[in-house]
Design a protein around this ligand. Sequence first.
Ligand SMILES: Cc1cc2nc3c(=O)[nH]c(=O)nc-3n(C[C@H](O)[C@H](O)[C@H](O)COP(=O)(O)O)c2cc1C
Length: 204
Amino acid sequence: MSTRILVVYYSATGNTAALAESLAAGARETGADVRVRTVPETAPADAVAKNPRWQAWVDAGPHHDLATLADLEWADGLAVGSPTRFGGPAAQLKSYLDSTGGLWAQGKLADKVARSFTTASTRHGGLESTLLAINNVFYHWGAIVVPLGYADPHLMESGNPYGGSFVSRKSAAPDELALGALRVQGKRLATITTHVATGLKQAE
Ligand SMILES: Cc1cc2nc3c(=O)[nH]c(=O)nc-3n(C[C@H](O)[C@H](O)[C@H](O)COP(=O)(O)O)c2cc1C
């Protein structure tokens, strides 16, 4: 059976979605079975309407199916992404993570391989604090957090060792350097998840 990878993201203007797609493509290169899912937009309509790029993204949706708890249970490994919002993950994404208590209580999230990715508009605007905040959830689950490090030569140019990231200064869309780092992240996630999942099955 193929390794099962879930990519869950929230995006208001498309940047995190593009990173999610690239990470998924990297994971698929290994032969993994990959699901890309998003979460519901819960912001008030007038807040969305005040930002034309946000409104355009909402109007162009739905971009992916909504993530369910069954998706999470299905996955051997997962990547979770959010735009940086005041130095942390968006509430829309956190809301999904906060709905996982039942699975957590049954121990069903332990030993999943997990990592995070993000985008912020400024270089020092909180990329790392968002990644670390998402990772905190993984620690509580008992998941195995796999950092990006500088595990691939590509990352010496593009790298953020805490996780895939992109600085969208002046509304730039993710560039090839950032997308390449996300592909590396997806490939590494799927490869390590395969080793972990195989080992866990053998130990059953
Ligand atoms: C409410 C709000 C808060 C934000 N907070 C930050 C921040 O703390 N640091 C930063 O650099 N960018 C911040 N941004 C900018 C977004 O992180 C950035 O535009 C990101 O690329 C958007 O990703 P998306 O297209 O996936 O929504 C914020 C944007 C919004 C709307």
